[in-house]
Ligand binder design. Structure first.
Ligand code: NAP
Length: 654
């Protein structure tokens, strides 16, 4: 393990007086602060002096220390920080690899397996530099300059691709069909839209933000973050906005991709590029429900991802179809101002207790993130461990578990029981709701939602009704349920999700021999590592098949892994003087067999679960079934043996 050298960029000197520091410590995450203080001190005496933190499922995440112990820990931390400040912000000696490993296990409250160490070392940037920077040092400058990449999409993944290629000095064109950057964070403007991963993890590893206003910030804050990062790295000014890609066709003779784009000026143009990176997202095209009469409603009707802000909902009778992650966020926002709200639920979501879901980040916490070396990294690490690989085992199926169909293992059943009690306690006064809101599928079967009590308290409002009677038909005046009830409304809102299995659609992609990617997939998309497909040389997907996660982690993590891998692919092509690489079919097929076996072992692969993760054939096309560290390991760099290479490079042109 590399030893600490310099703290991460963005750190300010600690000059505040004792009272300010003490107050901030009181608002920080104690185990993370203990680890940072130990690093600053240059020894782990502080860790040795106290028992390891214990994290209770419903606890505050502070380690379970009693008040007296907590006071002693805070005093020790203050003493170390005071010393650091008074020495002129000079760190103590670097810790050994073993000591850092011990700190990780301490903060996690669990033994961190050795295989995580290199990953976490990189993630936490203890070395002081961004180890995920692409390495093109072996590629002659002239070779790079003659290569051109097209990036499709300027959302979170596309911006990342552009940042990495610009750091590598590889020319690129970036197109975006919207009129600004941000992708999903630009388009989803529904009331209450916010991230459901803690923001201190949901940001690029190389662009931390110590000023997140909330732990789970709202859409405008996220949109601003991506815009600011894109401006900082000089990407936004390069994006061709309002530009839609219609078709990508591989020219086998020239070994180029010919890409037809429809520009903002209405003109169609064909670009010739050496490689294509798609960064179009999985949750992009709204899905309207397959219900008789859809489209016949005479009043305003819109999908959550196309929110019609011109419709004033005040005092109106509103129907919402769906109780997924989007509806879960906008229903509580609109309920107080509408007249009557009818929420049509087909399947209830599991609610994950998250008391700080709507809370501001305390000023003291922001102070610590900005002024205490390594605290931001330890805090990010703690979130990572608690919310990612640390919890994956809880949603793994035990083949011997046959006791119930709403859980998949003894551990998963314990979780089900805890969550059931948590939810029932909130509706103890409403037995009608109690029967309706407890899911009958296992926790982890679908994405759970973060809850601080707002959802069920909204459903309990006098003007809100949860309707579980299935919708039989949509009619001009409203909806008719299967039992024959007519529900008249003024506005209809679809919270019915996205056409997630339709990767890359409506764009057409034709590879070697004119093979159409969607026809080849036949509704069953597959890729190697979610990135490359046989027959489609130099065609790379970000957030492609089987790179979504259900319970563990953030998509930014996957995008960073994917882009590092793609950069490694391109660098390898150029180092070899080749034109293109193409994944070997047997490598791709073996990988997908492993993925399918893995998904069948998880709660979301259980036969009793139906969700957007499964395609029409019942196969899980969306999810990565393994640990995050496995994906990181698999994508650190390309293995040239997995690919065949083509010589003779064509000439890129516009
Ligand atoms: P979703 O999770 O797919 O939810 C769609 C909802 O519509 C479900 O409740 C579904 O019921 C219901 N539905 C679909 N067809 C129906 C029909 N014919 N009749 C009745 N109900 C019907 O979509 P989403 O809420 O837009 O979220 C999609 C994904 O986006 C999430 O899983 C998450 O990954 C992401 N997301 C993230 C955030 C965030 O980070 N804050 C916020 C929003 C969304 P069934 O469950 O029975 O199918």
């Amino acid at each position: 393990m590399a030893q600490q050298t310099a703290p991460k960029a963005g750190l300010a000197d600690l000059t505040a007086d004792d009272a300010v520091i003490a107050a901030a410590i009181g608002e920080g995450h104690l185990p993370s602060l203990m680890a940072a203080a130990a690093q600053i001190a240059g020894n782990i005496d502080l860790i040795d002096a106290f028992k390891a933190p214990l994290y209770d499922f419903f606890g505050d995440g502070q380690g379970g220390y009693d008040d007296a112990t907590r006071a002693r820990i805070c005093a020790e931390i203050l003493s170390i920080l005071r010393g650091y400040r008074d020495r002129g912000c000079i760190m103590g000696p670097a810790l050994s690899a073993e000591a850092l490993h011990r700190l990780m296990s301490f903060v996690a409250g669990a033994e961190i397996p050795d295989r995580y160490i290199p990953y976490l070392e990189e993630e936490m940037e203890f070395s002081g530099h961004d180890e995920r920077m692409p390495d093109f040092s072996q590629v002659p400058a002239q070779t790079k300059e003659n290569f051109r990449v097209l990036i499709i999409g300027a959302g979170m993944s596309g911006l990342l691709a552009a940042i990495r290629l610009s750091q590598a000095g590889v020319p690129f064109i970036i197109v975006e069909r919207n009129n600004d950057v941000g992708g999903t964070w630009l388009v989803n403007s529904y009331p209450g839209c916010r991230v459901d991963n803690p923001n201190h993890m949901y940001c690029y590893s190389f662009a931390p933000n110590h000023d997140w206003p909330q732990h789970y910030s709202t859409q405008p804050v996220l949109e601003a973050y991506f815009r600011q990062v894109s401006e900082k790295y000089g990407i936004r000014e390069q994006v061709r906005f309002g530009t839609t890609v219609e078709e990508c066709v591989y020219d086998e003779q020239q070994k180029l991709w010919r890409v037809r784009v429809h520009g903002a000026d209405g003109a169609t143009q064909t670009l010739a590029v050496n490689a294509v990176i798609t960064a179009t997202g999985q949750l992009r095209e709204p899905k309207l429900p397959d219900i008789k009469g859809v489209g016949s409603f005479k009043g305003p009707a819109f999908h959550s991802a196309r929110w019609d802000h011109s419709v004033d909902l005040t005092g109106k009778r509103v129907a919402v179809i769906g109780t997924g992650a989007s509806a879960f966020q906008f229903v509580p926002e609109i309920a107080p101002r509408v007249g009557k709200l009818k929420v049509f639920q087909r399947t209830p979501p599991w609610l994950g207790p998250t008391p700080n879901y709507h809370d501001d980040v305390a000023q003291g916490q922001k102070f610590l993130l900005k002024h205490v070396p390594f605290y931001a990294q330890w805090y990010r690490f703690w979130i990572f461990w608690m919310l990612t690989d640390g919890i994956l085992p809880m949603v793994k199926r035990d083949p011997a578990w046959t006791s119930r169909t709403d859980s998949v293992s003894a551990e998963n059943d314990m979780l089900r029981e805890l969550l059931t009690q948590y939810m029932l306690a909130q509706v103890a006064d409403r037995q009608d709701l109690a029967a309706a809101v407890i899911p009958n599928y296992p926790m982890g079967g679908k994405r759970s939602v973060r809850d601080n009590g707002v959802w069920l308290s909204t459903l309990k409002r006098d003007n809100v009704e949860l309707i579980t009677d299935p919708i039989a038909e949509i009619v001009p005046q409203g909806l008719i349920t299967r039992s024959g009830r007519h529900v008249e409304v003024d506005v209809l809102i679809y919270g019915t999700g996205f056409q997630a299995s339709e990767f890359l659609a409506p764009m057409r992609v034709k590879g070697r021999g004119g093979v159409d990617l969607h026809k080849m997939w036949d509704g069953d998309p597959r890729a190697y590592l979610g990135i490359t497909v046989p027959g489609f040389p130099n065609f790379f997907m970000m957030y492609g098949p089987n790179t979504n996660i259900v319970v563990n982690g953030s998509i930014i993590f996957f995008s960073e892994c994917e882009m590092r891998y793609i950069a490694s692919c391109i660098a390898t092509v150029l180092e070899r003087g080749s034109a293109a690489l193409e994944v070997k079919k047997q490598v791709h097929d073996a990988f997908n067999e492993k993925i399918d076996r893995g998904n069948l072992e998880m709660a979301w692969g259980a036969p009793q679960v139906s969700s957007w993760y499964k395609n029409a054939k019942g196969r899980v096309t969306q999810n990565w079934p393994f640990l995050l560290v496995d994906y990181w390991q698999a994508t650190r760099r390309v293995d040239p043996d997995d690919y065949q290479f083509e010589s003779l490079m064509g000439e890129a042109a516009e």
